[in-house]
Design a protein around this ligand. Structure first.
Ligand code: ZN
Length: 613
């Protein structure tokens, strides 16, 4: 078969199903099997408070936890940014995948088979799954080449020379891409795999002039890059000689973005949780050396500086992040970048910087000095601001003019810190004062001058405060949801199907429908799941989640009080509206309209059980 006959379709092999519809009962089964606390704990550090768990929100920047997970209701909600939903919503949002992909990921996690038996013996799939599958096959292929092929003997020697054990090679599934243009292309053909998918995964490249493809990775030591689910999302290749580029990674794809993925995260996660710390290195071999020497709580960036996404990913696993560098210069650059980054993340205090001595990277340091020396050196890591001070002191000294320069060079970073965290700023000023012997007041004054030159701050916009009626309507929905006993009472009130907020009004009807006619109370999780399942819009879903999170306890008296309060407000509101209309008619002396309005107003008031205006 000729390579040009391979076509791009959304599946890895011809004849595979393009996409699939997951039966509703399977989705329900998955919802029941997944525990939302376990699921979210994989990426967010949660702590128990009362009936719920709280943690730092993975969807917005915050310093105090407002992200809440309810095991009773199997939902999460962030009181900071309003993000909320069930297990499926969480995976969709957190992994940035579609509903189907989220369900599939959860199904895999809890061992539920959702793939329909397609014509062949392989499961149906869509493009995303297909790309992951071809990546997995590529990793296996390169690993097999490294293990078996004669052409790989020099690479095996190279690995041995670098002190990498065979156990590590297997654990990281290291491989070798042969020094040929068509090794993987031929492998695809042998396995009857769609070349278009491999192209989408970035493993092969379409030829310019003639039809067909060639291998992206040639004569390189190969590193499969995995996500937290251990799926191969990309591959990285390192040259074995001095050719360029030294490192080559899969291009960004449907499943891989270098700004949000980290090498080694699949292996580091548990160790990070255990130690509360994570070390971030800059290369594959550094990371592997760290793991080999027992520092399993280490990851590596993939040819990019740390990003906000990286920080969010890591903060779900460890309280403290230590960035490792091979030079002061690199450390300095990173420290300044962190301050920029943390304006939005507000977590500067949890970041430390560690520069290894004599231009060593973690790999060379560990090979030369060993794990104990590394352990000892790790104590020398500094907070971002301390690191900046020490760098400045090294550069300028602490002579009388040196001190001034040290302070000058730190004014900008301090001013930047001030924008997001006044506590950190005070700590920074104190530290700078202690180190230089210049008074805090003098430093403060200098900062004030700098700030004055920068111009006024942006005013803070006030958030929308919901009206009293809206607040009461929300309470009513919560009441009906959590205390369904009151449904008949509410159904007999004039407000049944008659709330001011259309979405809340709709929700009331849905809540009553879900609770059904049974007098026995359904488990709240079941009702919430049904409501979320059938919500029409993401806003509605969010609203349901938010209202479901209420931990208020209800009783008959409280419910009657709420309803009375609401009735009063509504009548007052209706009263005011009619009064305004009538006054307008009086002013325009339109007697006919006035007469009509009076009649309408009277019937409206009778309908709401109130008195005539
Ligand atoms: Zn949030």
């Amino acid at each position: 078969m000729d390579i040009k006959n391979f076509s791009i379709v959304g599946s890895i092999r011809k004849g595979w199903q393009l996409s699939m519809v997951i039966p509703k009962e399977k989705v329900a089964q998955i919802r029941q099997s997944v525990d939302i606390v376990d699921l979210i704990s994989e990426s967010v550090l949660l702590r128990k408070t009362g009936k719920s768990f709280i943690g730092l929100c993975p969807f917005h920047a915050e310093k105090t936890p407002s992200f809440t997970v309810s095991p009773d209701k199997q939902i999460y909600y962030c009181f900071g940014c309003g993000e909320g939903g069930d297990a499926i919503t969480f995976v969709m949002k957190h992994e940035g995948v579609s509903f189907t992909d989220a369900v599939r990921m959860l199904a895999r996690k809890c061992g539920i088979d959702i793939e329909p038996k397609a014509g062949g013996n392989r499961p149906g799939t869509d493009l995303r799954e297909a790309v992951l599958e071809v990546n997995r096959l590529a990793a296996e292929y390169y690993a097999a080449v490294l293990r078996r092929e004669e052409s790989a003997s020099a690479v095996r020697q190279y690995i041995e020379n670098r002190g990498i054990s065979w156990k590590t090679v297997e654990a990281f599934q290291l491989g070798y891409a042969p020094d040929r243009w068509d090794a993987f292309v031929n492998q695809l053909r042998r396995r009857n795999i769609d070349a278009g998918i491999a192209e989408k995964a970035g493993l092969i490249v379409r030829r310019d002039q003639k039809p067909g493809y060639y291998d992206r990775f040639r004569n390189r030591l190969m590193f499969p890059i995995r996500d937290t689910q251990r799926q191969v999302i990309a591959l990285g290749g390192r040259v074995l000689d001095d050719s360029k580029p030294k490192y080559l990674n899969s291009p960004e794809s449907l499943v891989y973005q270098k700004s949000r993925h980290l090498y080694g995260i699949d292996k580091a996660r548990n160790a990070c949780r255990k130690t509360g710390e994570v070390y971030v290195t800059e290369g594959y071999l550094d990371l592997i050396a760290m793991h080999m020497h027992g520092f399993e709580n280490a990851v590596a960036t993939l040819g990019t500086a740390m990003t906000v996404e990286h920080i969010r990913l890591l903060k779900g696993m460890a309280q403290r992040i230590v960035l490792m560098f091979d030079s002061d210069e690199a450390g300095l650059k990173a420290a300044l970048r962190c301050i920029e980054l943390f304006k939005s993340e507000k977590r500067l205090d949890d970041i430390r910087i560690l520069v290894l001595p004599e231009g060593h990277d973690p790999d060379s340091f560990l090979r030369k000095f060993g794990a104990d020396a590394m352990m000892e050196h790790m104590k020398a890591s500094l907070g971002v601001f301390s690191f900046l001070i020490e760098s400045a002191v090294r550069q300028h000294g602490l002579g009388s003019s040196g001190k001034i320069r040290v302070i000058e060079s730190l004014i900008e970073p301090i001013a930047a810190i001030e924008a997001f965290d006044s506590l950190s700023r005070f700590a920074a000023i104190r530290e700078l004062a202690e180190r230089t012997g210049i008074s805090e007041a003098a430093i403060q004054e200098r900062i004030r001058q700098t700030n004055a030159q920068r111009g006024p701050k942006q005013p803070v916009l006030s958030t929308n405060v919901p009206s009293e009626i809206n607040r009461l309507e929300r309470s009513l929905v919560m009441m009906l949801l959590h205390f369904p006993k009151t449904i008949p009472m509410f159904q007999n009130s004039p407000w049944w199907g008659n709330l001011e907020d259309p979405m809340l009004n709709h929700l009331v009807l849905r809540v009553c429908e879900c609770h059904g006619k049974d007098t026995a109370q359904k488990p709240i999780a079941e009702v919430v799941a049904a409501l979320i399942e059938e919500a029409d819009t993401p806003e509605e879903k969010r609203l349901i989640t938010e209202l479901s999170m209420s931990t208020d306890t209800w009783n008959d008296a409280a419910c009657r009080r709420l309803l009375a309060q609401y009735s009063l407000r509504r009548r007052h509101g209706v009263h005011a509206v009619w009064k305004q209309k009538i006054r307008f008619a009086e002013q325009t002396q339109d007697t006919e309209a006035l007469q009509k309005l009076m009649e309408e107003a009277q019937s409206a008031f009778r309908a709401t059980g109130g008195m005539d205006p």
